[in-house]
Design a protein around this ligand. Structure first.
Ligand SMILES: *Cc1c(COP(=O)(O)O)cnc(C)c1O
Length: 392
């Protein structure tokens, strides 16, 4: 197949020999489930986030991390949690799974992050928590969000699925709120296949989250079957089955060691896109504020039909015809039938998220992209937007 015909997969993970060797070693060790590699992965993650090892708990997804965090926060049933309409469905589903009520607050059209003014406007006597999402890796306005939370005595749970590397005024994302929830899904910046992490300043709450993630059992399986002899456990709560496996941590350990190299590579691609698209009739990602660090998870461009002479979906089709994978992050949550029926939401109620969701396209940004791949993406985007979608 000619090089220009190879399909560029959106969000392809960058897996090297190190990951393959560690997975093989894990399999040869005979210990696949939660055990020493998960413990090492937790330690490495805590060190990366400048927290202690008892302030993190590995789980099997960010969705699980969000769910367990909200249960561990001890909010009363039906309490309202304010979050963004421009997020993955998991953010809102986890609120419902925890027996709580999601309330949406519109985003700032520039940063695409939840707007603190909209949060304040959405507060009611039943509000108990704020769930900001650091969209695409761009840090939320955590100074203002934490001030609102303190004023109204609200729990803060940060959805850091895009924000492993993100910092705001020098402080790592996920360390502002009561809980920070991370994803190691295949398309994310650090990959374990499926996987997640809960981070929190209160070691007691993290211990409870860890217990809830494994059936509510007082001792984890590693201790139960380890070489120290059989240990009895007690079930202290009705928990879930959300534990991370050593097999997953085996992928994550070398991935985490490369997190900065991968970020640097994505930054080089990001800068190349910024230069190459500066003259096009599309909005590019907002420049991060001074003294913050962008996680550079998604490079999103806005296809406005009036300015571009084509719809967003026609642009997606044209990219696909050029054999380049793209993503949409995200159609706003209230565009989906379930939420319309369950909560009576209409997307027009959150106009910024609605417009962004209908215009946005995420371009390939994997650290594994070659320079030629990046140039192929640039050439295709420019041709499609400058000449229209028709010729190949
Ligand atoms: C990916 C993602 C999640 C869910 O992560 P999983 O690990 O797949 O459960 C939650 N929130 C956001 C914003 C995401 O992008």
């Amino acid at each position: 197949m000619a090089e220009h015909d190879r399909f560029i997969v959106f969000g392809a993970p960058s897996i090297g020999e190190e990951e393959i060797a560690e997975v093989t070693a894990c399999m040869r060790s005979g210990w696949l489930g939660t055990g020493p590699r998960v413990a090492r992965f937790e330690q490495a993650f805590a060190a990366y986030k400048q927290t202690r090892a008892d302030q993190v708990a590995a789980v099997n997804s960010c969705t699980a991390a969000l769910h367990v965090s909200m249960v561990a926060a001890g909010l009363e049933p039906g309490a309202e949690v304010i979050t963004t309409p421009l997020t993955f469905c998991a953010t809102v589903n986890a609120i419902e799974h925890a027996g709580l009520t999601p309330v949406l607050a519109d985003v700032d059209p520039r940063t695409q992050n939840i707007d603190p003014d909209a949060i304040e406007a959405a507060i009611t006597p039943r509000t108990r928590a704020i769930l900001p999402v650091h969209f695409a890796g761009h840090p939320c306005a955590m100074d203002r969000i934490m001030a609102i939370a303190q004023k109204h005595e609200l729990v803060v749970i940060e959805d850091c699925a895009h924000a492993i590397e993100t910092t705001f005024r020098g402080q790592p994302a996920g360390t502002f709120g009561d809980f920070g929830c991370f994803s190691f899904y295949v398309t994310k910046n650090v990959v374990t296949g499926e996987g997640g992490m809960i981070l929190g300043g209160d070691a007691g709450r993290i211990a409870r989250a860890r217990m809830l993630a494994l059936h509510g059992m007082s001792k984890d399986a590693w201790h139960r079957f380890g070489d120290a002899g059989y240990k009895h456990y007690q079930v202290l709560e009705c928990g879930f089955k959300y534990n991370m496996m050593d097999l997953q941590a085996a992928i994550g350990l070398p991935q985490l060691a490369k997190v900065e190299d991968h970020w640097q590579r994505r930054q080089a691609i990001w800068k190349r896109y910024d230069e190459a698209f500066a003259d096009l009739p599309i909005d590019l990602p907002a420049t991060p504020e001074a003294d913050t660090r962008h996680g550079l998870h998604l490079y999103t461009v806005m296809i406005d039909e009036e300015r571009c002479g084509m719809t967003r979906d026609a642009f997606l089709d044209a990219m696909n015809a050029a054999r380049i994978g793209t993503g949409v992050h995200y159609l706003s949550v209230p565009e989906h039938p379930y939420y319309q029926q369950r909560y009576g939401w209409h997307s027009e109620q959150w106009p910024n998220a609605m417009r962004l969701g209908r215009q946005t396209v995420s371009l390939p940004l994997s650290p594994g992209l070659s320079d030629d791949d990046v140039e192929r993406v640039i050439t295709a985007v420019r041709r499609i937007l400058l000449q229209g979608a028709a010729p190949r």
